[in-house]
Design a protein around this ligand. Structure first.
Ligand code: GDP
Ligand code: IMO
Ligand code: MG
Length: 435
């Protein structure tokens, strides 16, 4: 049967990798007919960093779908992704060197390409923005998507025709080089160098390339199971996030349709992954952010360091306004709450239930970004549980206060909780509503 979407409900790093791995293995262990057949990335690029812990071994995926570690499933990089061939093969080789049996991998012919100049432009632009910088990952994501929308992008299929590739690179660099040289005072980039850089990957890439929209729709027609693995998150969505402090794609559920070439009617479940507190990397507003000992403690106990860039993540309390907003814009059928165990040692846990903005109470996301920048959290307080919960496998095993915390969050978040994470390991999960 189904098409299942897993996505980030906050500002990223919620534990999407673990949720994907869990669902993929749960399905593959539950017998015939429920095997996960495809794990698909539909937006973003190697700005993502997903951690998966299997038998105590830690793996990080960036551009590759986390399903690359699931034997028997085909991994797909669909048309909405921006693909750096250099990052793709570096990541694949890294896994192969560790002796990992990697899954079959397909790449859309229509996916846009990130060349090294995109990353150059990303970094130069950030430097130029100074105090207004977004805090991007510097991976060239924004410049690659802007080329795409500007109709100056290079697609994967172009790599296989040197003549077409040269013409497209020339057109793309025409404007970029003017900017680099005249505005940013940088050296112009040579067309031949970019063509050479990209064609070097042609032979290795060719067998992976296909029409992934056709592949996935045919799989769904046959009743196979397709898992769409989100990267980034709702609050980083270019339309629905905290613009301009966002990424340059649509990581919300709607982006899965455009990013994979499937219709919305094909999607059965949309799971929002959400932490039991909140984190954010890079610049931008964050109403429940903590600048005190609690923030430092969340960062330390939660191990809140970026997988891609090694940056310390900003930390704050759980925000039910954001949860309800995510439930709404994604049409979530359920949430997967992660990292509850990180809160084990607090005596009292604040939860943001609404905002006060210019003296007015808001229960829903305010209409404008400038209001969101001024939002002051309104907190309700919950008693902590003071016990290690990492060994709990059912809700009944949780201490009463932890159960009360989970129940309260669920009631205020706008969709039922499917699972609760109590540790980084796949097995350290409480499945609440097994479906
Ligand atoms: P993603 O980008 O959404 O896949 O998340 P990241 O991998 O960037 O960050 C999530 C981090 O939390 C990783 O280090 C995971 O191993 C870890 N993690 C996931 N779920 C849990 C959980 O329930 N408890 C704890 N303690 N760690 C978790
Ligand atoms: P995963 O998939 C957290 C953030 C960057 C920056 C903004 C724009 O691991 O959850 P970009 O390089 O995309 O142009 O940067 O978006 N960002 C992420 N933050 N997790 C991610 O991915 C992110 N991907 C991008 O920090 O603020
Ligand atoms: Mg991450």
């Amino acid at each position: 049967m189904p098409a299942i979407v897993i996505l980030g409900a906050q500002w990223g790093d919620e534990g999407k990798g673990k949720a994907t791995d869990l669902l993929a293995t749960q399905h593959s262990q539950s017998g015939a007919g429920t095997q996960i057949d495809y794990v698909v990335r539909t937006s973003g690029g190697h700005n993502a960093g997903h951690t998966i812990v299997v038998n105590g071994e830690k793996y990080a995926t960036h551009l590759l779908p986390s399903g690359i570690l699931t034997p028997g499933a085909t991994s797909v990089i669909a048309n909405g992704v921006v693909v750096s061939p250099e990052a793709l093969f570096r990541e694949l080789d890294g896994l192969l060197e560790r002796g990992v049996e990697v899954a079959d991998l397909k790449v859309s012919a229509n996916a846009h390409v990130i060349a090294s100049y995109h990353s150059v432009v990303d970094k130069v632009t950030e430097r130029f923005l100074g105090k207004n910088q977004i805090g991007t990952t510097g991976r060239g994501i924004g410049p690659a998507y802007s080329d795409k929308v500007n109709r100056l992008g290079i697609r994967v299929a172009d790599i296989f025709d040197e003549k077409i590739l040269s013409a497209k690179v020339e057109a793309a660099l025409d404007v970029r080089n003017q900017l680099l040289a005249k505005v940013y005072n940088r050296r112009a980039i040579a067309v031949e160098a970019v063509v050479e850089e990209l064609t070097a990957y042609a032979d290795r890439l060719r067998p992976m390339v296909c029409d992934t929209s056709l592949l996935l729709n045919q799989a769904l027609d046959r009743g196979e199971t397709v898992l769409f693995e989100g990267a980034q998150a709702t609050m980083l969505d270019v339309d629905h996030g905290t613009y301009p402090f966002v990424t340059s794609s649509n990581p919300i559920a709607g982006g899965v349709c455009t990013g994979a070439g499937i219709g919305p009617t094909r999607i059965d479940r949309v799971i929002g992954v959400i932490k039991a507190y909140t984190t954010r990397v890079g610049s931008g507003p964050f109403p429940t952010e903590l600048f005190d000992e609690d923030g430092e403690k969340l960062q330390r106990i939660g191990g809140e360091i970026g997988v891609s860039t090694g940056r310390t993540r900003r930390c704050g309390w759980y925000d039910t306004v954001i949860a309800r907003y995510s439930a709404r814009v994604n049409g979530l059928t359920e949430f997967f709450l992660t990292k509850l165990d990180v809160l084990d040692t607090w005596e009292r846990i604040p939860v943001c239930v609404g905002y006060e903005i210019d003296g007015v109470r808001h229960d829903e996301m305010p209409m404008t970004q400038s209001e969101f920048h001024r939002a002051q959290p309104v907190y309700e307080y919950f008693d902590g549980w003071g016990t290690d919960i990492s060994g709990c496998r059912t809700l009944a095993e949780l201490p009463a206060n932890a159960r009360a915390y989970v129940t309260a969050l669920e009631e205020m978040s706008g969709a039922p909780f499917w699972g609760v994470g109590v540790g980084p390991g796949r097995e350290q999960t409480i499945v609440v509503h097994d479906r």
